[in-house]
Design a protein around this ligand. Structure first.
Ligand code: KMH
Ligand code: ZN
Length: 283
């Protein structure tokens, strides 16, 4: 098995997540206006895709369909970014709400490949639920990003593709989410182990949670992979220094990608790479 190595780098920004609170992290983008402003600034410095979790009026995670649709429309209106909605939500979200996310018809959606301890919580992803997510994305023409929290989940991905076929667009793209307390470690050795299990021809992206951000970013770039950065995964920029905003993290990733001679892909190039259709034409 061999992951496909890419010449250039897809940078995904994950600006919000479901875990941090606005009280603890005041610069976290939680309103639609904040999210759109973040999307614009991150696209300017090299992001081609945005992985979105939304919040309600109290800043709490929500999977409200109306809000999700409005968010997809607003980000499409203001940027050319590939819009990826999270179907992971928060650890307490029921399966039917997570499935309903797909009715907002994003370009892409996350599809987690198994259950994992998630800090003090459990992020539950039953096999039947994974299959349902995969099939609904096939039906709706939504391109999945298979989220991998531990090595065995790559075996599950093979089982899924063997039994239920390729995703919409025909290309397999994996995101290794490393360094979650309860999941795989965020280091070069673990990344190398994961690469041996990635399906032939698939592309991969990696993100390191918390203090594993930089080791994972550098390892992924050196291995021909793509990267995800953002305040969903880390709120510290350096030891003792808080992240200023998401664009700061994207700009750092872009700079390192250029140093690695693998400059950022724009969103048009990223659409071709991932098999995501062109952005819908606006009325
Ligand atoms: N918030 C985590 C429990 C995803 O977006 O698909 C799950 C998560 C994965 O963030
Ligand atoms: Zn997420």
């Amino acid at each position: 098995m061999a992951a496909s190595k890419s010449q250039n780098t897809l940078i995904t920004v994950a600006p919000t997540g479901a875990e941090h609170t606005k009280v603890d992290v005041p610069n976290l983008p939680v309103t639609l206006d904040e999210l759109v402003a973040t999307a614009i600034s991150c696209e300017r410095v090299g992001a081609a895709m945005i992985h979105i979790h939304i919040r309600d009026d109290d800043g709490k995670p929500t999977l409200d369909l109306r809000r999700l649709k409005d968010t997809v429309a607003a980000v499409r209106e203001q940027t050319k970014l590939i819009v990826q909605l999270s179907t992971g939500g928060s650890v307490t979200d029921p399966e039917e709400d997570r499935l309903r996310v797909l009715d907002a018809l994003p370009d892409s959606a996350s599809c987690s490949m198994g259950t994992v301890n998630f800090g003090d919580d459990v992020f539950l992803n039953r096999w039947q639920f994974i299959v349902e997510l995969h099939k609904r994305m096939q039906e709706r023409g939504i391109v999945p990003e298979y989220e991998i929290f531990d090595l065995g989940q790559l075996t599950t991905l093979h089982r899924l593709l063997d039994q239920h076929g390729l995703p919409s667009g025909g290309h397999v793209h994996v995101d290794l989410v490393m360094g979650v307390p309860g999941g795989m470690a965020g280091d070069t050795e673990t990344l190398a182990a994961a690469l041996r299990l990635i399906p032939d021809g698939a592309t991969f992206s990696a993100t390191g949670v918390g203090r594993t951000t930089l080791p994972v970013l550098l390892a992924a770039l050196s291995a021909g992979g793509h990267v995800r950065v953002g305040m969903e995964d880390t709120i510290s920029y350096a030891r003792g220094e808080r992240v200023k905003d998401n664009a700061q993290l994207v700009a750092r990733a872009s700079g390192l990608a250029r140093i690695a001679q693998r400059p950022p892909l724009d969103s048009g190039q990223a659409r071709v790479l991932l098999g995501v259709g062109a952005q819908p034409v606006r009325d």
